[in-house]
Design a protein around this ligand. Sequence first.
Ligand code: NAD
Length: 428
Amino acid sequence: MSRLAVVGAGYVGLVTAACMAHLGHEVVALDVDKAKVELLQAGGVPIYEPGLAELIAGARERIDFTTDLNIAYAGAEFIFLCVDTPSTYSGDADLSRIWRALDRLPLDDAERILVTKSTVPVGTGAAVRIELAQRGFTHIHYASNPEFLREGTAIYDFMNADRVVVGSDEPGIAERVAALYRGVDAPMLTTDIASAEMIKYASNAFLATKISFINEIANVCEVTGADVTVVANGMGLDKRIGPHFLQAGIGYGGSCFPKDVSALKQIAGNSGYHFQLLNAVIEVNELQKRKVIGKLKHHLGQELRGMKIALLGLAFKPNTDDIRQASSIVLAERLMAEGARVEGYDPVAMENMQKLLPGFCCTASAASALEGADACVLVTEWQEFLNLDWAAAHGLMARPIVIDGRNALDGAALAALGFTYEGVGRKP
Ligand code: NAD
């Protein structure tokens, strides 16, 4: 068993730390956020991720949390970089946290392997290796180990990954990183660094393309009378297409797809290649988020000023508290700009939403959001909303109008209850 330092205790860092400790490794997670580390040390978990608190508690004797570099790096054979790489204004990946972490590497001459799990542009690993060599850190080897977990099912995804990709340009290094995953049920793929970095971007860009594609099909269904759920089912039965990521909706969000698609477009552009397809993927997604406004106006009239609109769900997907780039944000801001009274409810993401949009009104329950509402929009398909007592909801609303942004509700059942129901690409 090995000793690991995990740099960055966010969604990816905490899941990596917990799963690696679960596999038997000794792990210290390092973060610059003192409050986060103190909470973790006290047994709390700063994010909502099903099963994470239990996994950390179960491996508590092999996992520690610190802000102290000396504690984190003492005896660490592997250093996993799991810091955030958000978008810059230009759409490139912001690597400042990666470089800051490199500036804080231990200065001793112990042999270690630096493993980048953060999503970084192709060429970053090569640049890091040059930097390490220039600093005389020839005892620090380098590997790229992109992460593919999905928030909401992160533990399962880590332990049952479709594949573990490890890229290295030094003999034997990728194999040593891959060996850490013994106990994980996944095919291992060892590659060069640049290809490992590209696999991550290409995968996310492809998935985003699939979503924008089915959303375009949904929009054509709406004007031609076909039903996109039936169409997607028929398409997905074709093994060359597959059923996944063919759910039409109000666009993708989250901390990965928007920034990674944009970063890949920039990576190509900075290298002199115009990645035309990705421009369309991004544009379709932006327009898709806004289409809800047109649907509300269709049912309520052009003037939304003073209308109460309930948003059910704020997180970018169910089972997470993450609202980064969530469709709810665009929707809330657009509706508020129209003068609508917007009230939203989410089982776990309301605190994050209020930090981001302090003026946004969150309610204590779905029922409070629905009370007196002129329309409601299902933004995130939490089970709680699928199980809602919709007959009671009908009694609460001023006008029983449901815009189902995820095609997750039973439209016929709602219509039978007297609702005006509209999904995405489905017959009204
Ligand atoms: P996050 O924002 O949740 O966590 C990043 C953490 O790193 C924060 O706690 C921050 O305080 C800490 N940090 C920043 N600089 C630091 C430094 N110099 N030293 C120590 N700690 C530092 O981010 P995340 O969602 O976990 O994403 C991390 C990376 O993984 C990103 O590159 C992301 O693209 C990639 N990724 C994310 C997901 C996902 O679903 N969230 C999935 C796959 C890949």
